[in-house]
Design a protein around this ligand. Structure first.
Ligand code: GLN
Length: 495
């Protein structure tokens, strides 16, 4: 029997119902794993065991009483520290929010909490979700459980690492340019970003509002469907929330891919800088999809090569506006000064890290009079062209596939001095954020002992087809490897 913290959510849900296992036992297993590995992985900024225990006990009582509970009830969960949690410190990975305790819950957590989910902790992340390696966290980096000298990806690296290492059974993160899918790829777990507006951002600490998505980290695709179903759906508190009911994503998961039209983004596979081992794994997975009866052909997204540049104008522009609220008055840190202006400047100077400052400056510049049309305006036009590329591609295909990230996990410190090299980590994930379309990353193999992520991108609102394709591939690949660290600490990672 594997450790409970290494089971999937659906395994646990079943075991709770048959009475074999209780939510308190599953929680204790996760807390034990946190104790065993988190001093090395550093996935969590806060462990909320004092709140988790009563929540798990409640769930346990309900199960014992034979109540019909939602599938997320009693499952240990972690939340990226940009998602506000009432009465629980929420820092966004920033010093400026170090003392911040939100007076309200974000909607995704409010929904999970009401369904009996058990929060084990808040996960480490790049400051305000800006980064691809977690090295921009003001609280120190996360270490990839597959190799502690490597990054877990970012910005939701803590959530990805927590799920990979068994510190939580599943987790939520956010994806503005790839921050769910890229760390999922680098940590060998499943990461999904749904359609823009599918999951409410009420209570999400904003980075770039036209790009921010809440997404899921799980150990398999079935869990992804379950967790997404629990948090998706219209929220009147978020004006950008899709005004329609969201389906149960678990339905039709096993319908297979026979006849499904799959477009392989060939240009991306031949892009310079894509690691050979990544290419090989992706090609092998594509062959498997063809073997399962999918109609595979190549597709091109001609403007996607400009997506990264457009993103690095739009995202900083929006962040420069969103982060104006951290003025030393309304939230968190205050460093006093002779007058309001000096207090404001000192607070922001001390509270924000280098990457955040870089983005605020870039964004302010690109929005300034005289430069707005040339930079921000032009980037928005490019964004429209990227959206049109996807529309044309989805006339011919049901889903598109590619690598999630050009490389496997890179070394800590390897790209910190070169922001442009760091930005390139998101070259294949950013286009889906610009177009608001759903996309998933699933592990498809190992290259030199490190996980490779396979990306499946779908049309707007069509998470169901993305999940169906992902499930079929996952079942066929049978990838169950877990980080070697788990064996090292004397635990049994195999499922
Ligand atoms: N790595 C990208 C950035 O730094 C994406 C971040 C994200 O998706 N939150 O902006």
């Amino acid at each position: 029997m594997p450790e409970l913290c290494d089971l999937t959510g659906h395994d646990l849900a079943q075991a709770y119902r048959s009475g074999e296992v209780s939510p308190v036992e599953a929680l204790e297993s996760c807390l034990g794993r946190i104790e065993a590995v988190d001093d090395r992985v550093h996935a969590l900024l806060l462990v909320t065991e004092g709140l988790a225990r009563p929540a798990a006990e409640h769930a346990e009582e309900w199960f014992r009483a034979g109540e019909d509970l939602p599938p997320v009830a009693g499952i240990p969960l972690a939340l990226k520290d940009v998602l506000t949690t009432k009465g629980i410190r929420t820092t966004a990975g920033s010093k400026i929010l170090e003392p911040y305790v939100p007076p309200y819950d974000c909607t995704p957590w409010a929904r999970l909490r009401a369904s009996g989910a058990v929060l084990v902790g808040k996960t480490n992340c790049d400051e305000f979700a800006m980064g691809s390696s977690n090295e921009n966290s003001a609280y120190g980096p996360v270490h990839n459980p597959w190799d502690l000298d490597r990054v877990p990806g970012g910005s939701s690296g803590g959530s990805a690492a927590a799920v990979a290492s068994g510190e939580a059974v599943w987790a939520l993160g956010t994806d503005t340019g790839g921050s769910v899918r890229q760390p999922a790829a680098l940590c060998g777990v499943v990461g999904m970003k749904p359609t823009y507006g599918r999951v409410s951002r009420y209570g999400l600490i904003a980075f770039a509002s036209s790009l921010d998505h809440v997404g899921t980290f799980t150990r398999d695709v079935r869990d992804c469907a379950t967790l997404l179903s629990a948090i998706a759906g219209h929220d009147p508190r978020d004006a950008t929330s899709l005004p329609e009911p969201s389906p149960d994503y678990g339905e039709g998961l096993d319908a297979g891919v026979r006849g499904l039209r799959i477009g392989v983004v060939e240009d991306w596979l031949s892009t310079e800088g894509v690691q050979e081992g990544v290419k090989d794994s992706i090609r092998a997975a594509v062959d498997r999809l063809a073997g399962l009866g999918a109609a595979v052909d190549s597709v091109s997204l001609p403007h996607a090569e400009y997506a990264l540049s457009a993103y690095y104008l739009i995202a900083p522009a929006e962040c420069s506006s969103n982060l104006a609220r951290y003025d030393g008055v309304r939230y968190g840190l205050r460093v006093d000064g002779a007058d309001v202006m000096e207090m404001n400047m000192r607070t922001r100077g001390a509270g924000f890290g280098d990457e955040v400052k870089r983005r605020i400056m870039l964004g302010t510049y690109s929005l300034s009079a005289g430069y707005y049309d040339a930079y921000y305006g032009q980037a928005q036009k490019v964004r429209t062209l990227v959206i049109r590329d996807y529309q044309a591609a989805f006339d011919r295909f049901d889903v598109l596939v590619s690598p999630t990230s050009p490389t496997t996990a890179f070394g800590l410190g390897e790209k910190t001095d070169d922001p442009l090299a760091m930005y390139l980590s998101d070259i294949f994930t950013i286009p889906s954020d610009l177009s608001g379309t759903p996309a998933i990353s699933i592990p498809c193999g190992l290259a030199d002992g490190l996980p490779v992520g396979f990306q499946i991108m779908g049309n707007l609102r069509d998470e169901a087809t993305v999940l169906r394709a992902a499930y079929a591939l996952e079942q066929d690949l049978g990838f169950t490897a877990r980080p070697p660290l788990l064996a090292e600490v004397g635990l049994r990672p195999e499922r």
